[in-house]
Design a protein around this ligand. Structure first.
Ligand SMILES: Cc1ncc(COP(=O)(O)O)c(C=O)c1O
Length: 378
């Protein structure tokens, strides 16, 4: 029996998609290493997760919510939106201005699904977070990226100039992943002023809570200076809830209402909602996580410098290392043999780079020792 070739059925754009490469799970690497497993086990510094774990308050909330998972979750995420509005009352965030998603990833995808059709275009800086492009491609929407300045610095003038009559959404990760660079308040204001009014500016602030730069803009405040501006945040990073999947966005209420029409009815699990509400109320855990990252970043940058390993200064919880003339893949594989999982970024057009997450002090030392051994530096 002959069968239609599946690639003849595929919707436009899908065939060109290169699947997102997630960080390797610890269990998989442990299995692969088998008897060669190092004494300290396997550590994962590949997905910019919180090495401290989730807030104890969030874990307790999940335990309680578990007893009711026979019920569907609150499809309107009422308690979480109320808690978010209360937490950000200083910025006048209203409940109807908040969208909650299965990770912020779902929300950026929803933005594309809701607002882009054939002939529209999504625009973003080159070599930025892969999911903007993936979402555009999955909808058959054109994706265009705009070159950066030296040392991966954002060129927001170029981004503003590139926006044309087809541009529907501009994505800006601030700070950026995988480079760790950020755009300062003047640069973002310039972009907001210069983008055509009809363009949705989506500023992805997944790493907001790690930023130390004083001229970093908070989009919950700045969004009031421009109509079609959306800020995206997540519980996956400093809140330590990546495995539960919960992110949120703040934007004009009418725009948010359209996302609500398109999303799946129960897109955020009951456990994720309960954990997120509790995590929001655990400022101590956030503060501890922030301090751990700041100290770890200080140690890592000093030790990398001492070893002559180049890196891009970062405002996130990760660093982009330049391991030239070695390839990122080669060094990634060698680190894996030593039980350290990091992230090669060749798919971002960076064949000689690796992204490493800041871990606990012990994890950072393991990484440094492994890097020294693999790169032959002291
Ligand atoms: C810039 C950026 N945006 C969004 C996300 C996705 O986060 P979430 O887990 O909320 O989907 C990530 C995750 O790595 C990220 O780096």
């Amino acid at each position: 029996m002959s069968r239609v070739r599946i690639d003849e059925l595929i919707a436009p754009g899908i065939a060109a998609i290169r699947p997102y490469e997630p960080g390797k799970p610890i269990e998989e690497v442990e299995r692969e290493l088998g008897p060669a497993l190092p004494a300290g086990g396997v550590i994962k510094l590949a997905s910019n997760e919180n090495p401290l774990g989730p807030s104890p308050k969030a874990m307790e909330a999940v335990r309680i919510a578990l007893a009711e998972v026979n019920r569907y979750p609150d499809g309107g995420t009422f308690s979480l939106r109320r808690a978010l509005a209360a937490s950000y009352a200083a910025h006048n965030v209203r409940e109807e201005e908040i969208a909650v998603g299965n990770g912020s990833n779902e929300i950026l995808d929803l933005l594309v699904r809701t607002f882009c059709g054939p002939g529209d275009e999504v625009l973003a800086p080159a070599q930025t977070f892969a999911c903007y492009k993936l979402s555009a491609q999955a909808r058959g929407v054109a994706y265009r990226d705009v070159p950066r300045g030296p040392d991966y610095a954002y060129d927001l003038d170029a981004l503003a100039r590139a926006a044309g009559s087809r541009t529907k959404i501009v994505f800006l990760a601030n700070p950026d992943n995988p480079t760790g660079v950020y755009a300062n308040v003047d640069a973002v204001r310039g972009l907001m002023r210069r983008l055509p009014d009809s363009v949705i500016l989506a500023v992805d602030e997944a790493y907001f809570d790690y930023v130390t730069a004083e001229d970093y803009p908070d989009m919950l405040a700045l969004r009031k200076e421009r109509e079609l501006t959306v800020a995206l945040r997540t519980f996956s990073k400093i809140y330590g809830l990546a495995g539960l999947r919960c992110g949120w966005a703040v934007g004009p209420a009418d725009l948010i209402a359209y996302l609500d029409r398109v999303r799946n009815p129960f897109n955020v699990s009951a456990l994720a909602q309960a954990a997120a509400v509790a995590a929001l109320g655990d400022g101590e855990h956030v503060e501890r996580s922030r301090t751990l990252n700041r100290e770890g970043m200080g140690v890592m940058t000093m030790e990398l410098q001492r070893r002559g390993i180049r890196f891009v200064p970062s405002q996130g919880n990760f660093l982009l290392l330049d391991v030239a003339p070695r390839t990122g893949i080669e060094v990634f594989a060698a680190l894996l043999q030593r039980g350290v999982i990091v992230r090669p970024v060749s798919s971002y057009g960076m064949p000689h780079h690796l992204r490493v997450t800041i871990g606990t002090p012990e994890e950072n030392q393991r990484l440094l020792a492994a890097l020294s051994a693999v790169l032959g530096v002291k």
